[in-house]
Design a protein around this ligand. Structure first.
Ligand code: PLP
Length: 391
């Protein structure tokens, strides 16, 4: 064999069948081959296992999907290149022109923008309600056939808690699918509710390192089977390297989530007692408007705290700039603490009345608590809250 040929057909390295690597090696590879055309056809018909093209499936990505499904207490999962990509592909898979979806004003901005913009452009109508308006949900569902009820709990950034059992029951009574964006609650919570599909941004808690992007839809095998072809067709898979980093990150996921939840509760108590703060929202606080519901649904209350700087938006900006241990940046769930000031938190697609309805005030700030010592974080917050104003 000439060198030119050898380079395209390198020597094969066999790993003995009884010599298993402990971590699945990264299969940074697109094309898979079987010995015969007939075996390839059998595999494509689902009559034997195997891989063909990594946009359709890849061993490391598949391992991630199965790991996420088992964490969430469901049978199957399909992944995508980002959280919003999982949401948009899912809604495209589930709806057709003439369908109707219900969603909530407090939800993640780009989801709202997709439903009111692109999806509406494809002929899918929508109703937007406040997350606590169960009566409004009931009458909306009674008034028109609805395909999907899409909701979040807790909502971000406002930190409201949805009544998952009630929303899901109403959706099912009216023949709609319930889809819960469970990103903030993590992969291990809410699985006991009969939600049809869970959606996650993997960009937050999967690694906690802020080094990869991804998204997932988790549900029973039958429903994932109906949406997976759309994901394969739209073609935005997770890269095998990202999947491998997420598998590595998931090994510490529960430890991180629980430690960050406990630290966030400690910081939330501190903020609640501070005279410069008001409306501190964290699902673990006794003062949360849905404290009992939050505790019953979500034993680990999460790492996000929303509160208002009493003196308003400008003071919120000064406070953010004065912080030393909190990075001013989007996202949450990372091992470093993060802050979003009022100026960056206010959604551009909502007017002032809608913002107020969604739970955002003029001075609302969002914190994501990381793995630093909570007392160091409280000292930093105290110093920044007392930072002198102009003059
Ligand atoms: C609740 C929620 N859903 C979806 C997303 C989108 O995830 P990604 O940034 O991975 O696209 C986010 C991101 O902040 C989010 O907070």
């Amino acid at each position: 064999m000439k060198r030119e040929t050898r380079l395209q057909h390198p020597p094969e390295v066999d790993i003995p069948a009884d010599n298993r690597p402990l971590n699945l090696p990264i299969q940074q590879n697109v094309k898979w081959t079987l010995p015969t055309v007939e075996e390839t056809q059998r595999m494509l018909r689902g009559e034997r296992p195997g891989y063909f093209y990594s946009r359709m499936s890849n061993p490391g990505v598949r391992q991630l999907e199965l790991a996420l499904a088992s964490l969430q207490g469901r049978e199957d999962c399909v992944t995508a290149a980002s959280g919003i990509n999982a949401i948009t592909q899912l809604l495209m898979a589930l709806t057709r022109a003439g369908d109707h979806v219900v969603f909530f004003i407090e939800g993640y901005g780009p989801t709202r923008q997709f439903i009111t913009g692109l999806l509406a452009g494809y002929g899918v109508s929508h109703t937007m309600l406040p997350i606590g308006d169960l009566e409004g949900l009931r009458s909306t569902l009674a008034a028109q056939p609805t395909k999907v009820v899409f909701f979040e709990s807790p909502t971000t950034p406002a930190g409201k808690v949805a009544d998952i059992a009630a929303i899901t029951r109403l959706a099912h009574e009216h023949g709609a699918l319930s889809v819960l964006d469970n990103t903030l609650a993590g992969f291990h919570q809410h699985g006991e509710f009969p939600v049809d599909l869970f959606v996650h941004s993997l960009t937050k808690f999967a690694t906690g390192a802020g080094d990869v992007m991804g998204g997932a839809v988790i549900g029973d095998a039958a429903v994932i089977k109906t949406v997976r072809p759309t994901f394969q067709l739209l073609g935005a898979p997770i890269d095998p390297l990202a999947a491998s980093l997420m598998m590595r990150g998931l090994k510490t996921y529960l430890l991180r989530y629980r430690a960050q939840s406990a630290a966030a509760l400690e910081v939330a108590h501190f903020l609640e007692a501070h005279p410069a703060c008001e409306r501190v929202m964290h699902p673990g606080l006794g003062s949360h408007p849905q404290a009992a519901l939050a505790r019953a649904q979500m034993p680990d209350p999460g790492c996000v705290i929303t509160f208002s700087v009493r003196a308003g938006a400008e003071a919120g900006r000064r406070f953010t700039d004065a912080l030393q241990l909190f990075a001013c940046t989007p996202s949450y769930g990372s091992t470093e603490s993060l802050v979003m000031p009022p100026q960056l938190l206010q959604p551009r697609d909502l007017d002032a009345a809608q913002c107020a309805m969604s739970g955002l005030g003029e001075g609302t700030v969002r914190l994501s608590i990381g793995l630093e010592d909570p007392q160091d974080l409280c000292a930093d917050l105290a110093r920044a809250l007392e930072a002198p104003g102009p003059g």
